[in-house]
Ligand binder design. Structure first.
Ligand SMILES: C[S@@+](CC[C@H](N)C(=O)[O-])C[C@H]1O[C@@H](n2cnc3c(N)ncnc32)[C@H](O)[C@@H]1O
Length: 378
């Protein structure tokens, strides 16, 4: 089967986790490499579908159709026309061209989109010679990206972003993206046999992602991807790969995942979402304030996103909350703490420098992930 150069996009700071996930999924044949914060790999259509179905921390999976220098519209036109479009798109493809440009001579995105579409249609016409393309079939999202005068033409195989797992039916204010929540868990010491606690669980994203990881539930099982409807994809492969993913779900053993929040609405939302994700039996939810919480056992891992910002709480409330978190931390020195926040005063107010700090992004908001390592269990 033909292998394509592919690109799994990821939020800043998460690329290494995406790389690890891809290597585990595709082995050496995937030729996974990180370049300028982007994760490239080689894959055929089955592997592209698998990447969409199984990757927990990537934002989207693209096929890289062509990369070339484009300083003029003529360069762009010729480069796009070199792509074998009739091999990629069926006659009725619902193709759409999106664009981005940075640090490039071709800075008018709308003109780049127009030229790309023109070149694409001219190449299609060499085979189909149609005066009108009905666009009544499957969606093919094409992206033209210009960076430092280099053009990259991508085909989006995911459709909706991969953070849309399909389980988040109910939400609260300031939820984490599902992809970031999974990265937080994968960057922590959490393992299936250890305790995990999120005392500010909101809509439950962190505990749900942890339970899906522990149960080996493929994150894409609740949704569909654009590539399922591409002409290159055999519907039987999709059926078989989904069946295989279902057969890998591991319901053996009990998980020790605890999720609490002071808000009744948040707990209701989190329970509903966990049910949608198929992990409601794996998480013990409780409506509790951080100040009333007890530690459920030794060697646990606390991963959380404490409230911060004008929408959520006042300065004094935040200070009090950090004091309560600190008291909890001091109750048991076998625990590891992982806290994500955009509040740069966090370590000072928490009263301890982290073992490690990572810079990450929650959507467009810059956040820090403060990691406090406890001892490993004996
Ligand atoms: C930033 S949100 C967490 C969002 C969550 N990670 C998600 O993905 O939906 C912070 C949560 O802390 C809760 N909270 C605020 N003060 C609290 C307290 N004293 N004890 C427990 N929960 C509290 C809020 O109700 C809110 O749901």
């Amino acid at each position: 089967m033909k292998k394509y150069q592919c690109l799994a996009t990821a939020n800043f700071g998460v690329e290494a986790v995406v790389k690890r996930e891809l290597q585990a999924l595709l082995g050496d044949g995937g030729q996974v490499q990180v370049q300028d914060g982007r994760v490239y790999f080689k894959g055929d259509f089955k592997e592209i579908y698998k990447a969409n179905l199984y990757l927990r921390t990537a934002e989207r999976v693209h096929i890289v159709l062509h990369t070339f220098m484009a300083k003029t519209f003529e360069d762009l036109y010729q480069g796009v026309k070199e792509i074998n479009w009739p091999e990629i798109l069926p006659k009725d493809a619902n193709f759409m061209v999106q664009g981005r440009s940075a640090k490039s001579q071709l800075f008018s995105v709308s003109d780049c989109q127009r030229i790309t579409e023109r070149a694409l249609i001219d190449r299609l016409n060499e085979k189909y010679s149609m005066s009108f393309y009905p666009k009544s079939g499957a969606r093919y999202k094409i992206e033209v990206i210009l960076f430092k005068d280099q053009a990259q033409i991508l085909l989006d195989t995911s459709g909706d972003g991969l953070h849309k797992r399909g389980y988040r039916k109910a939400t609260v204010e300031a939820p984490l993206t599902e992809t970031l929540a999974s990265a937080l868990v994968q960057l922590s010491f959490y393992k299936k046999d250890r305790i995990l606690l999120d005392p500010f669980c909101g809509s439950g994203t962190i505990p749900i992602e942890a339970a899906m990881l522990a149960r080996n539930i493929a994150p894409g099982l609740n949704r569909h991807f654009d590539c399922e409807y591409f002409k290159q994809m055999d519907p039987d492969w999709v059926k078989d790969l989904r069946k295989e993913a279902f057969s890998k779900i591991d319901y053996t053993g009990d998980l020790k995942i605890y999720a609490s929040d002071k808000s009744r609405e948040a707990i209701e939302a989190a329970k509903k979402n966990a049910e949608e994700a198929g992990v409601d039996q794996d998480i013990l939810f409780s409506q509790e304030k951080i100040e009333d919480l007890n530690i459920p056992g030794p060697y646990g891992v606390l991963i959380s996103n404490p409230p911060y910002g004008v929408r959520l709480s006042t300065e004094e409330e935040v200070d009090r909350l950090y004091e309560n978190l600190k008291s909890l931390y001091q109750k048991d020195d076998t625990w590891s703490y992982y806290l994500i926040t955009s509040d740069e005063s966090f370590p000072r107010k928490f009263g301890k420098e982290p073992s490690r700090k990572r810079k990450l992004y929650n959507g467009r908001i810059k956040v820090d992930y403060y990691q406090y390592y406890g001892p490993r269990p004996d």
